[in-house]
Design a protein around this ligand. Structure first.
Ligand SMILES: [Cu+2]
Length: 579
């Protein structure tokens, strides 16, 4: 069976339905520009089990854009999955992607070839119409039907595929998320809206400051520009920056903080399109304290969140990063980090306390520009939502427990106090596919120092890295490119030890970290040094680490790691040395 599905590069949308022809009804209705930000639908566990069915669909919206969505049995889109540590998740995923609507793979990798595997765990060839799910941040086994994306391949119209696993009893309370992870096609599916949040309940048990607070969930997604040809609206008499595009067709960073963005953003699916950026609306009671959980579900857009009230940036009280309370060590008590802005790379999550503005004030949630480097995408300053305070604003649906039972102290030593078994160095690099043609597609590499750079190969016979379960390791991740990357490793969390060689005191865990860009001149490369935790027996198996800018991941910036059982013979990888 051959499926033809090629469109112009860049726009990445294709239609079998010419403009004006009738299209199938949209299976997922999305809010209009300027709407009140809705609370996402949610489903919660009962008696220790969360059972649900999601149908995965694609459709062309009224503007002709390819969208993807998860729909539950009640017809709700992308519900938040709410569970407690120790609960079981049983999720049936039915793939109803339709041919003729599919986006093109970045490198055109076998997108026209349709290979139906004999079994969904049998490592089928990845395809634009196939899908799977990654449960980002959860410490669950990298096994088929749990959290494997190397071999799991759910073909269109296959019978519903069952995910079934237990949230570990010691999983940290906080925000996680789910999204497809089909090599070569993740970016187009996530840009189309394929993502949802997961909340492991009990954050207030880690920080009593949160007791009884109303809470809200915000999912910020990016998507292709609705008005790609429009000039910037706010440039006044200043000539707008010259718009340049990278080899992937995205608007290059202008370095000015303004200009045309590479992607539009939405907040809980309310679009805030360039160039007018009509803000969405968040309603709140004046001076009410709330917990906000924010997920950056963007494919390539960095967020730099800030709340501005009457021109002044407000303090945001950060209590958790990437699903883990910042006092995870269990020693820090009710720690809050007060920040005036929060950088959130693609896939990052932050949970913070805010205080509602006074009635009548001008309050906005914005994302400030972020300098992604000379080869990076343009992320200008732009509003996301007006925060409108008034006494008749409805209360959020959920409130944290008023009298929380404190979490038990961790059973294992704090990661920062464990001696690493090994140190490794990895580096990001890029080159044009055709060295004589600088605008040919980019090849993206994430290489273990000492190995030969190669784009990710799902069929590679052996993993790039082997570690022993029970160990912790220190990894230096270097950036040898002129754009930022976001390092992510599946199945576990890490601690940031050093930034560009400078030791830090950050006793927090993360699963995604930004790595600064190289300026093309300095004699050293920007880097992060991470202490990565391989102690949980749940994560024995083979899984992935990669850049979470999904064009880069799809373009090859990914590798495999095998965690051996703790009693296995020590690995003898050449790039490993002991302290
Ligand atoms: Cu990257």
């Amino acid at each position: 069976m051959r499926i033809l599905m090629f469109a112009a590069a860049g726009a990445a949308i294709i239609s079998n339905f010419a403009r004006g022809e009738s299209r199938p009804a949209e299976p997922c209705t999305r809010p209009s520009v300027g709407s009140v930000v809705p609370e996402p639908a949610e489903v919660e566990s009962r008696n220790g089990v969360l059972r649900l069915q999601l149908t995965y669909r694609n459709f062309l919206d009224t503007a002709g854009f390819l969208r993807y969505c998860y729909v539950d049995a009640e017809g709700e889109e992308a519900p938040v999955l709410r569970l407690r540590a120790g609960d079981e998740l049983i999720l049936g995923l039915k793939n109803e992607l339709k041919p003729g609507l599919a986006a093109r793979s970045r490198l055109g990798m076998k997108a026209g070839h349709m290979h139906i595997p004999s079994h969904p765990c049998a490592s089928g060839e990845m395809d634009a119409l196939s899908t799977n799910l990654h449960f980002h941040g959860l410490t669950v086994p990298p096994a088929c039907h749990q959290d494997d994306v190397l071999k799991t391949f759910i073909a269109p119209n296959a019978k519903p595929f069952e995910y079934r696993f237990q949230i570990p009893a010691d999983e940290a309370p906080g925000m996680y998320w789910y999204h497809p992870h089909v090599h070569g096609f993740t970016s187009s599916q996530v840009l189309g809206g394929a993502s949802g949040a997961i909340v492991v309940e009990g954050l207030e048990r880690a920080n009593t400051v949160l007791a009884g607070l109303p809470e809200r969930t915000f999912i910020i997604r990016d998507e292709d520009l609705l008005n790609p040809d429009a000039p910037p609206a706010d440039s006044g008499n200043i000539p707008p920056p010259i718009v340049l595009h990278d080899a992937e067709g995205d608007v290059l960073n202008t370095g000015t903080g303004g200009g045309k963005p590479a992607k539009d953003l939405s907040i809980n699916f309310v679009p805030v399109p360039y160039p007018e950026y009509t803000p969405a609306v968040i309603r709140i009671k004046p001076l009410e304290r709330q917990l906000w959980r924010v997920l950056n579900a963007s494919a390539i857009t960095y967020l730099n969140l800030q709340i501005v009230v009457d021109g002044s940036p407000q303090s945001l009280g950060v209590v958790a990063l990437d699903g883990v309370p910042i006092n995870e060590s269990g020693m820090a008590g009710d720690r809050i980090l007060w920040e005036s802005h929060i950088l959130l790379p693609p896939a990052g999550r932050v949970e913070f306390v805010i205080i509602g503005p006074r009635a009548g004030s001008q309050a906005k949630l914005i994302t400030r520009s972020y300098d992604t480097g000379p080869d990076g995408e343009n992320d200008p300053t732009r509003p996301l939502a007006n925060i409108v305070a008034n006494a008749d604003a409805p209360e959020p649906r959920r409130m944290l427990a008023a009298v929380p039972v404190p979490l038990p102290r961790p059973q294992i030593a704090w990661l920062g106090n464990v001696r690493p078994a090994a140190q490794r160095k990895l580096y990001f690099s890029e080159r044009p596919q055709d060295p004589t043609n600088p605008v040919s597609p980019t090849l993206f590499y994430l290489t273990v120092d000492g190995q030969t750079p190669a784009v990710f190969d799902p069929a590679a016979p052996s993993p790039n890295i082997t570690v022993r379960g029970g160990d912790v390791e220190d990894w230096i991740i270097e950036n040898r490119t002129r754009e930022v990357h976001a390092f992510h490793i599946h199945q576990t969390h890490f601690m940031l030890l050093e930034w560009n060689g400078i030791p830090l005191d950050e006793p927090f865990l993360r699963d995604t970290i930004n790595v600064a860009y190289w300026n093309g001149k300095s004699t050293y490369f920007p880097s992060v040094k991470l202490r990565i935790d391989f102690r949980d027996p749940n994560i024995v198996g083979t899984f992935l680490y990669h850049c979470h800018l999904l064009e880069h991941e799809d373009g090859g910036m990914m590798g495999t790691i095998r965690v051996l059982p703790p009693d296995a013979r020590p690995p003898t990888a050449p790039a490993t040395y002991s302290y």
